[in-house]
Design a protein around this ligand. Structure first.
Ligand code: IPD
Ligand code: CA
Ligand code: CA
Length: 271
């Protein structure tokens, strides 16, 4: 199905507006004594603000698009058998948020089920008042201005980011082997703590690439579109087409993609 321009614009505007409002909700609870903190597992935190933000986002989406489906991290979504599926991460980087570290965001994306493509996405970082957004085919924006990936081609000068799965102590693929292989060869690695912002920072050229093994679609759906619309490349570790339902992501400015995929594939081949 090809979306009507009007519907696409409506979903794009909604994703941007709702993420801004959800970001304001998060800021009310940031470093606040009234925010409660719990644990999904020893390392996976959840706060009262994850739920508050998610309930707001879902109700706003359904107010505007009653027949649309939502997959949301904290479980408020519903399958209504619609053509459009919204992926919602109400608070990406909960660990940063719960520790009082001002680096987290709201991430909202819309996928067309018949094409299997993400058609628009918005990622809002309320601490820095930065709204990243993209509509398929129209480029990527940061606070309304076009953004582009870096032109770094030399991996020796490249700054990458990465992340580690919550249950890293039990997993064979906990990313330590990949990190050990890549880190000595590049400028350095950052662990920013938000997959959605890792992708947006690659999109606007602040970093040159990013990889991570165990992600969920709400982490990557919006950021992957923003990055490709900014001229970057997103695939699985082996270079095959990216699918938000598949857990691993290799993301770069394009020029460094061959380098990253080679390193990630080498690591896997040695298992
Ligand atoms: C997490 C962040 C983190 C990544 C984790 C994600 P959450 O999302 O994106 O950077 O390493 O894999 O689960 O749990 O804070 O929404
Ligand atoms: Ca997340
Ligand atoms: Ca989250």
């Amino acid at each position: 199905m090809t979306e009507s321009l009007e519907l696409l614009r409506g979903m794009d505007a909604a994703a941007r507006e709702i993420s801004l409002e959800a970001g304001a909700i998060l800021m009310n609870g940031f470093r606040s004594e009234s925010t409660t903190i719990g644990y999904k597992s020893r390392t996976d935190m959840v706060t009262s603000m994850d739920g508050e933000s998610e309930r707001f986002i879902c109700s706003e989406i359904w107010k505007r698009f009653p027949g649309h489906d939502i997959v949301a991290e904290e479980g408020s979504g519903r399958d209504r058998d619609g053509e459009y599926l919204w992926y919602v991460d109400p608070l990406d980087a909960t660990n940063n948020f719960a520790h009082g570290i001002p680096f987290f965001c709201v991430s909202i994306a819309v996928m067309s089920k018949s094409s299997g493509r993400i058609v628009c996405g918005a990622v809002y970082d309320p601490c820095h008042d930065e709204l990243f957004s993209a509509c398929r085919g129209s480029g990527a924006l940061l606070n309304g201005k076009a953004i582009h990936v870096s032109d770094t081609a030399d991996h020796g000068r490249a700054l990458f980011s990465t992340g580690f799965p919550y249950d890293k102590e039990n997993m064979e693929h906990n990313n330590l082997e990949q990190l050990a292989r890549i880190l000595p060869q590049i400028q350095c690695v950052r662990r920013l703590g938000s997959a959605a912002l890792d992708l947006c920072y690659t999109a606007c050229g602040r970093i040159d690439g990013y990889w991570e093994p165990m992600l969920k679609p709400w982490d990557t759906a919006a950021g992957s579109l923003i990055l490709t619309e900014a001229g970057g490349t997103v695939t699985r570790y082996d270079g095959s087409p990216f699918d938000p339902e598949y857990p691993e992501i290799a993301a770069t400015n394009g020029r460094l993609h061959g380098y990253l995929v080679e390193r990630l594939t080498e690591s896997r081949d040695r298992k």
